[in-house]
Write a protein that binds this ligand. Structure first.
Ligand SMILES: *Cc1c(COP(=O)(O)O)cnc(C)c1O
Length: 383
């Protein structure tokens, strides 16, 4: 039995994000056989659109699985026990790469920066100079847990001069912030469906460069479901996936990518940038201190510290239950200390204004006098 759902809530969380109606209704298309010509055409078209969004000529595969499945595929197909890996961490998703590398027995060098800050390209260069045997470098573009972003273009420019493969997680940036897989020299790029692309959760994508294939071919097969060679063989020979894909989610991802490309990537990046500025400006005008360092701030998610005396669950409970707006709390070491506003995917100006107004009202109800955030956001949005 289906419970009554709170479908009216605004999803101002950093994923899953609000999904346009044409994407939702595309999932009502008939379930077709996944070994048919029709599915092959749908898959190929979706893969080609994904390549455009990744800005790459490299091979791209879709996985029925969440973003983490693509992260797991990236590592399990390139890292053998004892291989040296450099993991760049400054938040929970950087930690996830670290944890995955641990599962496969990698010899890990951690480059750790404070949460809220970002990685510095010079640090990466130094470590690569000292450790020419590093096989893989992992980094998260947009650290969703802290609202900080890493300079993946600059880091890519360094890694390309070494043997190491450059693996980048763009789950919460692709389709919202500028990512150019080929220009940034990214060997393996992973993303998910439910963030800036604004499709439902459940699909992931991965791009693979020539340099990555060379390594993959020499790496032991450690996962059956995520064996990338199986994806390659099936796709090359028949435009199929090795196992049954989610047919419905393929329709949805195809339609969502169509909308992304219709809006245009440039326009989409500008929209995200503007919404980020309005959110940041609005919160700062209320006197709320932001969590991510100024030079590191994401354009898809904004994190802020709770002022003295504000309780996380009370605040987010009010926003959700009285104003119908979901924002996220902090994860792991910043749980209860920060909140995060996602402004990615289909977020528009009215969502930001509504969210800031509700945040002001919730703070006021909890005894904190704040004001003026919406006005400042309006000014920024007018520019
Ligand atoms: C959401 C997210 C993921 C993947 O999470 P799933 O729950 O597996 O989809 C990975 N990396 C980043 C940066 C994310 O924001």
């Amino acid at each position: 039995m289906m419970k009554k759902l709170d479908y009216e809530k605004l999803l101002m969380i950093p994923g899953p994000t609000m999904v346009p109606n044409t994407v939702l209704t595309s999932m009502a298309n008939p379930i077709i056989g996944h070994r048919t010509k029709d599915y092959g055409e749908l898959l190929e078209d979706t893969v080609e659109k994904m390549k455009n969004v990744f800005m790459t000529e490299n091979d791209v595969y879709l996985i029925t699985g969440s973003g983490t499945s693509a992260m797991d595929m990236a590592i399990s197909n390139t890292v053998d026990k004892g291989d040296k890996v450099l993991t760049i961490t400054n938040g929970n998703f950087g930690e996830r790469f670290y944890n995955i590398c641990n599962v496969y027995g990698a010899d890990i060098i951690r480059l750790e920066n404070e949460w809220g800050d970002n990685a510095k390209p010079e640090q990466v260069k130094e470590i690569l100079e000292e450790n020419p045997d590093i096989k893989v470098v992992t980094v998260v573009h947009n650290e969703t847990s802290t609202g900080a972003k890493n300079p993946i273009e600059e880091i890519g420019n360094i890694v390309k001069d070494y043997d190491a493969l450059y693996i980048v997680d763009t789950v919460s940036s692709l389709g919202g912030d500028y990512v150019n897989v080929d220009k940034f020299n990214i060997d393996i790029c992973v993303t998910g469906s439910q963030k800036c692309i604004a499709a439902p959760p459940g699909m992931a994508a991965i791009s693979v460069s020539e340099k990555a294939w060379e390594i993959i071919k020499k790496t032991e097969t450690k996962s059956f479901y995520l064996d990338i060679m199986a994806y390659k063989k099936r796709y090359d020979s028949k435009k199929e996936t090795p196992y049954t894909p989610s047919v419905s989610l393929t329709y949805a991802l195809n339609e969502a990518l169509e909308l992304v490309l219709d809006e245009g990537l440039e326009n989409r990046f500008k929209r995200h940038e503007k919404l980020a500025k309005a959110t940041i400006g609005g919160l700062e005008a209320m006197g709320i201190e932001l969590f991510a360092k100024e030079w590191a701030r994401s354009v898809t998610v904004t994190s802020a510290k709770y002022p003295e005396g504000i309780n996380d669950s009370e605040f987010r409970g009010l926003l959700a239950n009285k104003y119908g707006i979901l924002v996220a709390g902090g994860q792991a070491q910043v749980s209860g200390k920060i909140f995060r506003v996602g402004h990615m995917g289909e977020a528009r100006e009215h969502h930001i204004l509504g969210t800031l107004a509700a945040i002001e009202m919730a703070f006021n109800e909890l005894g904190l006098k704040v004001d003026g955030g919406v006005d400042v956001a309006k000014d920024i949005l007018r520019m």
